[in-house]
Design a protein around this ligand. Sequence first.
Ligand code: HEC
Ligand code: HEC
Length: 169
Amino acid sequence: MLNRALSLMVLAAFGLTGTSALADGSVGQKGFLKPVTDAQYLEECGSCHFAYQAELLPKRSWEKMLSNLHDHFGDDASLEGPGLEAVKAYLLNNAGETSNSKRAIKLLQSTGDKTYLRISDIPYFKREHHEISPATLARPAIKSWANCAACHPDAAKGNFEEEYVKIPK
Ligand code: HEC
Ligand code: HEC
């Protein structure tokens, strides 16, 4: 009885603040992006680097990237058939334009009329990261802006909030 009363109170509190409980027990916030759950996307696009949430770029960026995967930042990331179709469906159905996350919305707005292939080239991204020196970025545990999860340990949960950032030594 007590448990039930407690969970009703918790539910009411979430309802009031507009937050919601995620499956992993963390509390979702408006800033959070949707964790990637698409197994095929994780496999095809998460083997060389962090599996970027589709919300981080607009549709036009993903379309452009997918049209030239054989020359993907100097690597061959070619896909064809069902693998390509699955990745395309995930990226286009969840791109920046579909997002409720305030971080993703700021990124999208900041693209203006440009079609960026790198999230890390978008002006909002650069503003948020301008305090990090080239020497810090060059640390072996980081090396590249593409390595989001090095400094955002909960990036896979969609959490890029400032207070969770931890820069490796
Ligand atoms: C064979 C390895 C490989 C695969 C597979 C691969 N990538 Fe990449 N990707 C790279 C490399 C290398 C870079 C550049 C990394 C860097 O700058 O440090 C990159 C960079 C990126 C970036 C830019 C990150 C930034 O700086 O903002 C995005 C976005 C991206 N990849 C998306 C994808 C997607 C989507 C897929 C699946 C279709 C994919 N990648 C598959 C190798 C790969
Ligand atoms: C070298 C470490 C580092 C890397 C790599 C990095 N970030 Fe960050 N990021 C930070 C720091 C530090 C901040 C907080 C900046 C501030 O507000 O003081 C931040 C802030 C952010 C914010 C704004 C958060 C807020 O609360 O306003 C977003 C969104 C973000 N990062 C996304 C990314 C994405 C996406 C990637 C990968 C493409 C990435 N970051 C790579 C260190 C990093």
